[in-house]
Design a binder for this molecule. Structure first.
Ligand code: A3P
Length: 286
């Protein structure tokens, strides 16, 4: 694995390829969020691509033609990447946008709009495990080292996009505002149909029962794994080593139990509670 040096923007690490200080600055300070934008926000490995598929399907009333013919990063570009920001500027409204950035780096223009944010969270222990595996297959990420080493980096926020805790605390400050909706990966797993209904309600989209069935069907793990527009199989080899693994790896909750030792789990819990004190939200994993 070649060595990778991250770039730092306002104290947050980003990969060197397809990211630049110019783009990050432009995204934060110049990019115009529009009233009818729908923005899918999540910390990396929390189910971002799953939510993209769901939102793409909802926008098409369950018809999979678009999600089966257009690459996910073109349908809902990551606005902090060089290519994604350019694509976002070209896509006609109403746009679907993706972002992993912590709230303090998000486009300043957002606060003057009615754009809707859907924030997806996931048990951070499963985020850690998913992130660890992903770091081994993405060539533009640092070699994660051992899980023990990566755990320390993850808990101290020494990973791309910064601390999971800061991400959650920053975005959850918007809780209660009418254009912010949050949901967990665990809820999606448990009751995808119920979640799709809630998301439609938040977006003000009325889908028939059959259309919702179709969203649920095409957003399933297996259907997404088979959708080459969404499964990252089209990511060039110099970005992703396809022999080593896949984006749609396991798609379950609780995989951390197969990876963390008892001591690592206790350490994680201690850091979690230190950091999450004062959060007045309870999550499925608490
Ligand atoms: P695992 O690595 O635990 O399998 P992101 O899109 O934020 O990078 O998150 C990737 C994680 O979401 C991966 O987790 C992936 O398998 C999971 N995922 C993607 N689509 C999914 C789906 N339809 N159902 C369940 N999990 C899904």
């Amino acid at each position: 694995m070649a060595s990778v040096e991250y770039i730092t923007y306002k104290g947050i690490l980003f990969p060197p390829k397809d990211y630049s200080l110019e783009t990050l600055n432009q995204m934060e300070n110049e990019f115009q969020i529009l009233d009818d934008d729908i923005i899918n926000v999540a910390s990396p490995k929390s189910g971002t691509n799953w939510m993209s598929e769901i939102l793409g399907l909802i926008s098409q009333k369950g018809d999979p033609t678009w999600t089966h013919s257009t690459l996910v990063w073109d349908r809902s570009p990551w606005i902090e990447t060089n290519g994604g920001l350019q694509r976002a500027l070209k896509n006609p409204p109403p746009r679907l946008l993706n972002s992993h950035v912590p709230f303090q780096l998000f486009p300043k223009s957002f606060l003057q709009t009615k754009a809707k944010v859907i924030y997806t969270l996931r048990n951070p222990k499963d985020v850690l495990v998913s992130f660890y595996h992903f770091s081994m297959i993405i060539q533009t990420l640092k070699d994660p080292g051992s899980l023990e080493e990566f755990l320390d980096k993850f808990l101290s926020g020494n990973v791309i996009y910064g601390s999971w805790f800061d991400h959650v605390k920053g975005w959850m400050e918007l809780k209660g505002s009418p254009n912010f909706f949050y949901i967990t990966y665990e809820e999606l797993l448990q009751d995808l149909r119920g979640c799709v209904e809630k998301i439609c309600h938040f977006l003000g989209k009325e889908l028939s029962s059959q259309q919702i069935d179709s969203v649920v069907e095409y957003a399933s793990f297996q259907k997404m794994k088979d959708n080459k527009m969404s499964n990252f199989s089209q990511v060039p080899d110099h970005f992703m080593d396809h022999k080593k693994g896949k984006l749609l790896r396991k798609g379950i909750s609780g995989d951390w139990k197969n990876h963390l030792t008892e001591a690592q789990n206790e350490h994680f819990d201690r850091v979690y509670w230190e950091n999450m004190q004062g959060m007045n939200t309870t999550f499925p994993w608490d």
